[in-house]
Design a protein around this ligand. Structure first.
Ligand code: AMP
Length: 170
């Protein structure tokens, strides 16, 4: 079973010129979903992970499934003013302007071993911001696991020195 067969390309979404990688066909297929989780679990075999940290919102599909499968806790990273309790935040650059991501202050304990997960690695700006926020909170980033790496956007360049894995590459 090739997981790439379950990724749907949607042209010009959410705006003209963007080729959107729609992962919902993969989520919809029980065997593909199961295989995806199993492959993510394999990537951390033999490693101690305390928390899986995922970003809003498509990181929330596999993040909790991975956390559950490996016996780790799950931490949601969200857009500003979505989390109810006290937060720490990290600003990051967009193509035009900046954006902010937030995480609850008590989500990461000093020394926590952290796996960061998102659905797509594109330019790497989002993942870089999450790495900074986790480290600010005292966590240790063990690796970053993505479902999809859009390698032509060179997201890995922003994450030099970190172990990056993906199940599907374009
Ligand atoms: P970036 O910060 O450029 O690496 O963008 C990563 C974030 O944007 C991830 O949370 C993805 O969900 C989303 N994203 C960026 N490009 C795409 C794409 N072509 N298809 C689907 N999601 C994308």
């Amino acid at each position: 079973m090739n997981l790439k067969d379950y990724i749907r390309d949607v042209q010009d979404f959410p705006k003209p010129g963007i080729g959107f990688k729609d992962i919902t066909p993969l989520l919809l297929n029980p065997q593909a979903l199961k295989q995806g989780v199993e492959q993510f679990v394999k990537l951390v075999e033999g490693k101690k992970i305390d928390k899986v940290v995922s970003m809003e919102s498509r990181g929330f599909f596999f993040g909790p499934l991975i956390a559950n499968a490996i016996g780790a806790g799950f931490v949601p990273v969200r857009k500003p003013n979505k989390l109810p309790y006290e937060t720490i935040s990290q600003e990051y650059a967009l193509e035009y302007g900046t954006d902010v991501l937030e995480m609850h202050v008590d989500a990461i304990q000093k020394g926590d071993k952290v796996l960061i997960h998102d659905d797509v690695l594109a330019t790497g700006g989002t993942a870089e911001a999450v790495v900074k926020m986790v480290e600010k909170a005292g966590g240790e980033v063990v690796q970053l696991d993505f479902l999809i790496d859009l390698t032509f956007l060179n997201g890995k360049d922003k994450l030099e020195g970190y172990q990056i894995n993906s199940l599907i590459e374009y």
